[in-house]
Design a protein. Structure first.
Lengths: 122, 263, 232
């Protein structure tokens, strides 16, 4: 079983986060056909009902679109995708800021550390 | 479903019995052949020794067939229905009586096949050791002298009685195993005790029956004027066996259907 | 989805030991349900009752509206927690056996799965390793297009690779509209595949909820919550 699930959060929500990231990062490009429920469920090692629920929720968010009988596709709405991307980014940044503040860093220090790290990565 | 269970059971038993029957027939032929050679005075010493060996082999094969048959009847029931294989058998879409019947019928058919191959072995022996046309002539002669005095009815009734008796003893063994299965431990010992218990009950019943003259004496007199077993007594025997089949069969069915408890 | 497995006030006693103390439970088709509890909590007794390998002391149990019998046996694919197949049988004889007795057996599917494991068709069970034997049993059961799958401890005592194979085979092959009931005491290994969890404790149901609900309400995984409920 490939995917690792954390405790205490419904699995379908954890699946949604993984799939949202995959769509935002372009792993599943806009307009691309999404794998079948059973296939995805098998890959994740979860119950098809759980996967179905995650996909239904993503569809409600508009990230996935069902085309009659041919299956599910990734939305071609670029704006929605980039909004999803910045939402995900904001989540990570918020988490990062939280933990750095716990370390006792001020906002200025945080900015400095981030800039420093970015340069190192380059 | 009975047909499928029966077919499956025939296969499972045949796996062991068929080679055994083949050995029996083969051993009889070998034995007879050597006997024939030694009678004809070929290489006397060697052949005589070999005839003894094959003779023992044949005798042993007959004995083994008998013993294996009894073991098979017990083991196919005990292991296949009440061991872990019971988890498979009792979850097939079949009724309990179909399981019992398929076991009894296929064991019975294999006994008949065993008896037939025994007869074939016997004939083969005679045919090889004696002069074949002479043998056939003798058989015809014996038949000619016997047939006028021998009625067909007693023979048929004898066969029916024997068949019913064999069936009854098998169902009785099954019922004893099913009773033993009710115990939480020492199930095999429980089965043996149950079997002995059945015997004691039967003895008491027949003793009481005799004392009270429940059956008219004319049904029980065992020989007729000519000294053969009377048809009437064989009919009574058949009836007794059928009653036994019914009683033990119902007991066995009840225990397997309502009080099954696989380990 | 409709209720396919239902018991009401189900009691089973062995002599003076009561294994099930009045269980009422409704399970719907199309769900994968975990029957979770420590050893001796009554899981196997419940599954045996559903297979008519035992008779209830009182109460009733219905599968697709029928009390256990020939009809329900035809609808249930049951994997016992024992070596239940005659060990002298070869795989091709087993395929024939299952095809003969179960009209819903998909022989081709079973053959494909055996082939992908490189199990020869003329190999008797007793010549196989324990792990292979267990896989053959699972393949035969999961190749049935059954209405109810009752799997008793399918992953007990197997290594992680075999466990993955087993769970994958179950997910890959069960009928979409069937009920899958998996009994186990190893919750962490199966919880991601479960829709619902039934906690069984000393012969009584202490909880029956969807796994998502358990996670949401308790903030714990089903496994963590189980440990809490069953802490001694």
């Amino acid at each position: 079983m490939k995917w690792d699930f954390k405790s205490g959060e419904p699995i379908y929500q954890q699946i949604m986060r993984v799939l949202r990231t995959q769509i935002a990062s372009g792993e599943y490009p806009p307009g691309c056909r999404f794998p079948a429920v059973r296939e995805l469920a098998l890959e994740a090692g979860v119950n098809p009902n759980t996967m179905q629920r995650a996909l239904a929720e993503l569809e409600r968010e508009g990230l996935l679109v069902t085309v009659r009988t041919t299956g599910k596709f990734v939305t071609e709405d670029q704006e929605l995708i980039s909004r999803t991307r910045s939402d995900l980014a904001a989540d990570s940044i918020r988490a990062l800021i939280g933990s750095l503040k716990n370390l006792g860093l001020t906002e200025e220090q945080i900015l400095k550390e981030v800039e420093h790290s970015l340069k190192e990565v380059e | 479903m009975l047909g499928k269970l029966f077919k499956n059971e025939m296969k499972a038993m045949g796996r062991v019995l068929l080679p055994l029957y083949a050995v029996m027939v083969l051993a009889s032929c070998l034995f007879a052949f050597n006997l024939r050679l030694s009678m004809d005075g070929f290489a006397k010493f060697f052949v005589e020794k070999f005839a003894i060996v094959t003779g023992v082999l044949f005798g042993a094969a007959v004995l083994v067939v008998g013993v294996v048959m009894v073991i098979m009847v017990i083991q196919r029931f005990y292991k296949n229905l009440l061991g872990t294989e019971g988890y498979l058998m009792f979850t097939l879409p079949a009724k309990t009586h179909e399981h019992i019947l398929s076991k009894a019928l296929s064991a019975f058919l294999w006994m008949v096949i065993g008896a037939v191959s025994g007869v074939i072995a016997g004939f083969a022996m005679v045919a090889i050791t004696s002069n074949v046309p002479e043998f056939i002539r003798q058989v015809k002669e014996v038949w000619a002298t016997l047939s006028p005095s021998m009625a067909l009815a007693p023979v048929i009734w004898l066969i029916i009685m024997l068949a019913a008796g064999v069936m009854e003893s098998m169902i009785k063994v099954y019922a004893a195993i099913a009773v033993g299965h009710q115990f939480n431990s020492h199930r095999l010992a429980g089965s043996v005790l149950a079997y002995l218990g059945f015997g004691i009950i039967e003895m008491i019943l027949s003793f009481v029956g005799n004392k009270l003259h429940l059956l008219p004496a004319r049904l029980l007199n065992s020989t007729n004027a000519a000294g053969f077993m009377s048809v009437r007594s064989m009919q009574t025997g058949t009836l007794m066996a059928l009653i036994g089949i019914a009683v033990y069969g119902i007991l066995c069915w009840y225990l397997l259907d309502r009080r099954l408890n696989l380990e | 989805m409709s209720v396919i497995f239902e018991c009401r006030d189900l009691v089973k006693s062995y002599g003076n030991v009561t294994a099930l103390k009045g269980i009422s439970l409704q399970l719907e088709s199309g769900r994968i349900v975990g029957l979770l509890g420590p050893n001796g909590s009554g899981k196997t007794t419940l599954i045996k009752l559903a297979n008519r390998l035992l008779q209830p002391t009182s109460g009733e149990l219905r599968i697709a509206g029928e009390t256990p019998g020939v009809k329900t046996k035809a609808a249930i694919a049951y994997l016992p927690d024992k070596d239940f197949l005659p060990d002298w049988m070869k795989t091709d004889a087993l395929l024939k056996f299952y095809g003969d007795f179960f009209p819903d057996f998909d022989r081709q599917r079973a053959e494909e799965m055996l082939m992908s494991l490189n199990i020869p068709s003329n190999l008797p069970l007793k010549k196989m390793s324990k792990g292979t034997r267990e896989k053959v049993q699972l393949i035969l059961i999961m190749s049935r297009r059954a209405q109810v799958y009752l799997l008793d401890e399918p992953i007990a005592g197997v290594d992680p690779a075999a466990r993955d194979y087993i769970l994958r085979t179950i997910l890959n092959n069960y009928e979409e509209n069937a009920l899958v009931l998996i009994s186990t005491h190893l919750i962490a290994d199966v919880e991601s595949v479960l829709d619902e969890a039934v906690f069984l404790k000393e012969g009584q149901i202490v909880l029956h909820k969807s796994t998502d609900e358990i996670r949401e309400e308790t903030g714990k995984s089903v496994d963590e919550y189980f440990r809490e409920v069953f802490r001694c």
